[in-house]
Design a binder for this molecule. Sequence first.
Ligand code: XMP
Length: 311
Amino acid sequence: MKVRQFIEDKIVDIKKTVGDESAISALSGGVDSSACTVLAHRAIGGGRLKVIFIDDGLMREGEPRQVQETFGKLGIKVDIVDAQAEFFRALAGKLDPEEKRKAFRQTFYTVFGREVLKSRARFLVQGTIAADIIETKGGVKTQHNILEQIGIDPEKGFGFKVVEPIKELFKPEVRRVAKELGLPESVYRRMPFPGPGLMARVLGEVTPERVAIVRKANVVVEQEIRKLAPFQAFAVLLNDMGTGVEEGRRKFGHIIIIRSVESRDAMKARPTPVPWDVLMKMSRRIVKAIPSVTRVAYELTPKPPATIEYI
Ligand code: XMP
């Protein structure tokens, strides 16, 4: 792929598609939506592109503000929409992974639909990539951002058209595009993070309290594993408890799984051979930072048969 040519072609495409209308970009801060946002900004400019960051309550520590700052430096204004309560309401009581994904997707489009109506935009710019489409069509999972591919018409259902400028690219190509677009290394080298955020790392019910636990554990994993530069690393909260002991008394606590994988495009993956001292340090830090956790384990399954995320 010739990166510069790709960028020029996409800018022309977006201009043609959007015409005199305006568009809204669903920015998450990940490399995919970041690249799309910059492409759309270059194509139609700040006046007709509204950039929105939906705070679904499922992002990593400090993420909404960091994203706003990064794009602010590029001259792109990002509005944060606080929809945390709405997402948690939709997820309350849901245990089944696919039901959770569907509830997330429905809420995501309801919130966005509302913002699109407010902004009068007719187009939604989205960072769907090739792997998302392949896995959704193959029935591996319900991606929150695939509608047309599964036969839902976003215009009928939600009142807008979807523009997906990077849908034929895989992750490594998206990173090259993002770099060429002038995005900082913290974005173009960013680890993949799922659209449904920390929800993909909470087994069982997704509540603000349970998300807070997994968020803290994710901070530790990301900090300690950074020097190994894995493809993706994170912490997961299981929907089960394990016995522990504190001051001579038994207690029942949460179980955290550490997952770190090496992969090219997320279609296949193998566990990172994390050195023992790094694993031990993460385990110590997690139980110290989150006293309700009694157990920490490291996940050893490649993809396939496991997927990278837990739901
Ligand atoms: P799995 O867990 O299916 O994930 O092996 C493959 C890659 O995709 C990310 N992922 C998602 N990304 N929306 C996204 O944008 C999603 O719903 C989603 N689910 C998983 C995952 O983090 C991994 O990099």
